[in-house]
Design a protein. Structure first.
Length: 315
């Protein structure tokens, strides 16, 4: 029996959709998206904001990014197999915010990974089994300010020295390995030179699928070492008014009966309270742009040249 896994990018509860998250209803996914999402054998996404009711979590320290602990009901209603906490925003409230988030998800029996009270906890990978296939998921965060250390809570930091060995070690303990890379340049639909180098190295070390999610923009993809790398999934659930975050791609990762892997994409759009399937016209537009960028990113030298041209020149 084949195995189908859906992977979404960032889920970001905000003032616009807090009520929907807190109610824990199915209203977060509209226009047929709920049925598509729930039909998968496994579901994974990233959480962009810490869940915290702490009085010490003030806008001056967290930039208003934290949301009420009650939003864990909405996260649980999405029926995730696992939730990645390895994002830039998850560390904005420090140890209190991360601990509160982990406790809230644990109370809802939601599995999580990618952030913790120190670097050892943050570095733990996540494993699950479906239809006899052992799947591992590992997450790293490029943003140094969000990274955990031996004495500080945070997301699992990108460790360029040990990354190759770590990926190989995790892959040796599972049949398929999905790596979530929180990096890249926000709003930029192509990989940065560093992002591409790191994601390619992850693929070379045995990852079955590499998804870079930090740009919050629908980007492009490439095949490297027989592995699909996606540079930018946009957003999964966020406030519809958020600039540059109105669209996203769910990645459909299918493992066939005879071990053949396929990767497909489901275009989605933000709504006032959650997300919905893109209509036929919008979906075609999104996929067309994705494919055109994919063709460009394959050209030798394009990525560094395009990135250099996009960086503002200081006067």
């Amino acid at each position: 029996m084949s195995l189908e896994i859906f992977i979404g990018a960032g889920v970001d509860p905000s003032a616009a959709n807090t009520e929907a998250f807190s109610s824990g209803t199915q209203s977060l996914l509209c226009s047929g998206l709920n049925a598509v999402w729930k039909a998968a054998d496994a579901r994974i996404f990233s959480l962009e904001s810490p869940l915290s009711d702490s009085a010490s979590c003030e806008p001056s320290t967290c930039n208003g990014n934290c949301v009420p602990v009650g939003c864990a009901s909405g996260v649980a209603a999405l029926s995730p197999t696992g939730v990645s906490l390895c994002t830039e925003g998850i560390a904005c409230c420090g140890a209190d915010g991360i601990n509160a988030t982990r406790a809230a998800l644990k109370a809802k029996q939601v599995a999580f990974f990618g952030a913790g009270e120190d670097i050892d906890a943050a570095d733990q990978s996540f494993f699950f089994v479906r239809h006899g296939v052992h799947v591992g998921v590992y997450a790293v965060c490029e943003r140094e300010s969000a990274g955990a250390t031996e004495r500080r809570a945070g997301a699992n930091p990108l460790d360029l020295v040990n990354l190759s060995d770590r990926v190989r070690e995790i892959k040796s303990n599972c049949d398929r390995l999905i790596v979530l890379y929180h990096g890249g340049r926000e709003g930029y639909p192509f990989p940065t030179p560093m992002e591409q180098k790191v994601c390619r190295k992850i693929a070379e070390c045995g990852a079955s699928l590499v998804l870079s999610q930090g740009s919050h923009a629908v980007g492009c993809s490439e095949r490297w070492n027989n592995t699909t790398i996606v540079y930018g999934q946009g957003s999964f659930i966020c406030a519809a008014a958020d600039s540059g975050a109105q669209t996203g791609l769910l990645v459909r990762y299918a493992i066939g009966d005879y071990g053949a892997d396929t990767v497909g994409y489901v275009p989605i759009v933000s709504t006032d309270c959650g997300a919905a399937l893109a209509d036929e016209t919008k979906a075609a537009e999104m996929l067309d742009g994705f494919q055109k960028r994919t063709l460009r990113v394959r050209v030798e030298g394009f990525v560094p040249a395009r990135f250099q041209a996009s960086v503002p020149v200081s006067v």
